[in-house]
Design a protein around this ligand. Structure first.
Ligand SMILES: Cc1ncc(COP(=O)(O)O)c(C=O)c1O
Length: 376
């Protein structure tokens, strides 16, 4: 296995551009210096661009889950009633975290299916909640939830609306203001294609106003927001990760948020059409299929223990397996960040070859044809 020369098609961490990688090998710098202050202020501004907001933002030296916990523990109070919508592993994670800091109820829907808005409405009508949580892009099922529609219901009842945008911000359309989002989190290793280990949070005006004291010490979101506003961080940050993050954010800005989102949508379409061309069944319902990650059922007789190791060892292509109840039954292809149609071509050439070798022949080249049709 050659980790330095692999087509990395996980649902994060994703491929990192050499420009971003180079930054990781620059000399160490102090974080209480004017130089680093400039870095932080640029990150603050670039984060506002990525989240498409003028509001408060923070960057936390901790992966996406740290960002989720900072958002939830800083906005929720122990007596708050919170409704956590779940239809996959990461929505469930929000529920688990919210349960530590509030009175959280779970409203569960089948994996790979859209949230039933009528059921949600009835639940909100029946109970007095203060907040609702949603995982916008459920990476575990490769399904995108209707965050705008959930937002309408949350706004109707004046609820705080807290969203996991870890595999959506910078890859899918996200409209904080129009959808009434009060807090949303992204992860560095996903649509921004930066190294893993950082998360960022954006807050609405109300989201900022409700930030409370007395949170777990490190995850006090108000401290992180306020210090970043002044070009600083409360504690020693992961300096090199922040430098690389800035470079990745600059690349997003150079490409343009809208263009990145459109390009990601094309990758999503290409991945689904290529899968269909060789008879792979999409795991989530097509109506909610994600454009940043796709999940396919394994054909009968194809085993995960055979398929992914062969893809990795014989073709240097890495895709992700299934999670939770669908572990071993699906595989997932990530296509966010700086990933290209050419990366998808390599991936599908390998997928076709491995399926063929393990006794599930497909029409040779059909998936590649489907992708190349979109290469204009
Ligand atoms: C939607 C979503 N939420 C949360 C997480 C957890 O993030 P992390 O592993 O960076 O803590 C992930 C990671 O895959 C994710 O995809």
């Amino acid at each position: 296995m050659d980790y330095e020369d692999t087509t990395l098609m996980l649902a994060g961490p994703v491929k990192i551009h050499p420009r971003v990688l180079k930054v990781m090998s620059t000399p160490s710098i102090g974080h209480r210096t004017s130089h680093f202050r400039e870095v932080c202020l640029e990150i603050r501004d670039l984060l506002r661009y990525a989240f498409d907001t003028e509001g408060a933002v923070a960057v936390i030296s901790g992966s996406g889950t740290a960002g989720l916990e900072a958002m939830l523990c800083s906005t929720l109070r122990v007596d708050d009633r919170v409704l956590c919508i779940t239809n996959g592993k990461f929505g469930e994670r929000m529920y688990e975290i919210a349960s530590l800091y509030s009175q959280a109820d779970q409203l569960d829907f089948p994996w790979g299916k859209a949230v039933n808005l009528q059921v949600l409405k009835e639940r909100l009508d029946a109970d007095a909640y203060r907040a609702v949580t949603l995982c916008h892009n459920e990476t575990s099922t490769a399904a995108t939830n209707l965050a705008s529609e959930v937002g309408k219901l949350a706004s109707r009842d004046d609820l705080l609306y807290l969203v996991d945008g870890i595999t959506s911000v910078g890859g899918l359309p996200v409209e904080m203001e129009a959808w009434g989002i009060d807090g949303i989190v992204l992860g560095s290793q996903k649509c921004l294609a930066a190294p893993a280990g950082l998360s960022a949070v954006a807050l609405s005006e109300r989201g900022y106003e409700v930030l409370r004291d007395g949170t777990p010490y490190y995850l006090d979101l108000k401290a992180h927001v306020d210090r970043l506003g002044k070009g600083d961080t409360p504690y020693t940050p992961a300096i090199h990760l922040l430098l690389a993050f800035r470079e990745a954010l600059r690349m997003l800005r150079e490409e343009g948020l809208r263009s990145r989102i459109e390009r990601t949508a094309l990758l999503g379409k290409a991945c689904r059409e290529a899968g269909r061309a060789i008879g792979l069944g999409l795991y989530p319902d097509l109506e909610c299929a994600s454009d940043t990650v796709s999940a396919f059922w394994y054909p009968d007789g194809v085993k995960d223990e055979q398929f992914r190791p062969r893809l990795r060892d014989e073709h240097r292509v890495m895709v992700a397996g299934g999670q939770g109840s669908i572990r071993g039954r699906v595989f997932r292809i990530g296509h966010m960040g700086v990933c290209s149609l050419s990366d998808l071509l390599i991936t599908y050439a390998a997928v076709e070859a491995v399926l063929d070798k393990i006794g599930h022949p497909v029409q040779k080249g059909a998936s590649l044809e489907a992708i190349s049709r979109l290469m204009v």
